[in-house]
Design a protein around this ligand. Structure first.
Ligand SMILES: NC(=O)c1ccc[n+]([C@@H]2O[C@H](COP(=O)([O-])OP(=O)(O)OC[C@H]3O[C@@H](n4cnc5c(N)ncnc54)[C@H](OP(=O)(O)O)[C@@H]3O)[C@@H](O)[C@H]2O)c1
Length: 310
């Protein structure tokens, strides 16, 4: 009888999970992470996930695709259960997936789509996985400086910072008055402010693990601006992307991937840190620097989600 073929892939001693690995910064980060271990690829489209898995397996690494629509609570809970059942040696998580819709849209629960995709879904996924992470594991959120109403490049781009009223109001698509005139900007900035608030609150709550945030820099050629008009998209991809490596606050998916990976793998034990596009420590808005605010975001998010169990 023929001997079973040896497994081409040696067991990866460590496995890293990343959401949104099918495009932009997430794709570049998934490929970078694969140089350090196995990768769990969490995304909403099976075909696109398989394409990334194939690229990683050609590097001789193991990748597991998990279908998960982060905008849909039921899908997120199913995916979390599937990941836990795999029993992989998860050593770190990167919450990268995000959207910036220019027109308000709703998820299955009737909630604001950007808030659900960028904050609520990743919150549920991560809280479900935390008990399964070993001591010292690192959870990284890809955040955005647009949450800060005083950050000059964000203000010049038309943002007015996070406009948080409460988790419930955000889910209803309601933002603090006086916000941006750019469609979708208040929803996006508020959801990213909630990401950063969550990192800082969880770092205080759970010293057993590490929670850090990265502002990846403005990468004009990713899919984030897919709702923009075709002229702007063309400019982003073919003109602005060429300038990106040379400008402060700007970056490229590859460069962002290296920073995110460095923060994820850093063994110094740092927690509750926020890093800029060059991997240097930075400060968030005055609001997220207030522990009472960050604790309120987390408590209100949990209260909202508890009303939708199952
Ligand atoms: N680009 C920038 O300038 C910039 C600046 C600051 C922060 N960021 C942050 O960086 C992160 C990555 O953005 P990017 O620029 O790389 O954008 P991108 O190219 O559009 O990538 C977004 C990723 O998120 C996934 N995704 C979207 N909706 C999802 C859902 N409902 N469920 C599961 N996955 C979903 C996308 O999957 P599909 O392939 O299926 O669409 C894609 O893989 C985001 O969190 C963004 O806020 C970006």
């Amino acid at each position: 009888m023929a001997k079973p073929l040896p497994d081409r892939r040696p067991a990866d001693p460590k496995t890293y999970l990343i959401t949104g690995p099918t495009s932009g910064i997430g794709l570049a980060t998934a490929l970078e992470l694969a140089r350090h271990g196995g990768v769990v690829l969490v995304g909403r489209d099976r075909g696109r996930l398989d394409a990334v898995r194939n690229r990683i397996e050609r590097q001789g690494r193991h990748a597991v695709p998990i279908v998960c629509d982060l905008a849909d609570l039921a899908s997120v809970r199913r995916a979390a259960a599937e990941i836990i059942a795999l029993g992989l040696p998860l050593a770190g998580l990167v919450n990268n997936a995000g959207i910036f819709p220019l027109r308000p849209a709703r998820n299955a629960q009737g909630w604001d789509l950007a808030y659900a995709t960028n904050h609520l879904g990743p919150f549920v996924l991560t809280e479900a996985l935390l008990p399964h992470l070993p001591d010292g594991a690192n959870v990284v959120f890809v955040c955005s400086g647009v949450e800060d109403p005083e950050r000059r490049p964000a203000v010049l781009a038309g943002f007015r910072g996070g406009r948080y009223l409460s988790a419930e109001a955000s889910a209803r698509g309601e933002w603090q008055p006086g916000g941006s005139r750019m469609p979708g900007a208040d929803a996006y900035a508020t959801s990213k402010q909630c990401n950063l608030a969550t990192v800082l609150a969880w770092a205080r709550e759970t010293p057993r693990l590490r929670f850090n945030a990265v502002e990846p820099g403005f990468s004009p050629a990713t899919g984030l601006g897919r709702d923009a008009n075709p002229v702007l998209r063309f400019l982003g991809k073919h003109v602005l992307a060429l300038l990106a490596p040379h400008l402060k606050y700007w970056s490229t998916p590859k460069r962002a991937a290296r920073v995110i990976t460095r923060v994820l793998l850093d063994g110094s034990g740092q927690t509750g840190q926020y890093y800029d596009e060059a991997g240097q420590p930075m400060l968030g808005s005055i609001l997220v620097r207030d522990p009472e605010f960050t604790a309120r975001v987390v408590a209100e998010t949990r209260a909202l989600l508890a009303r939708f169990p199952g």
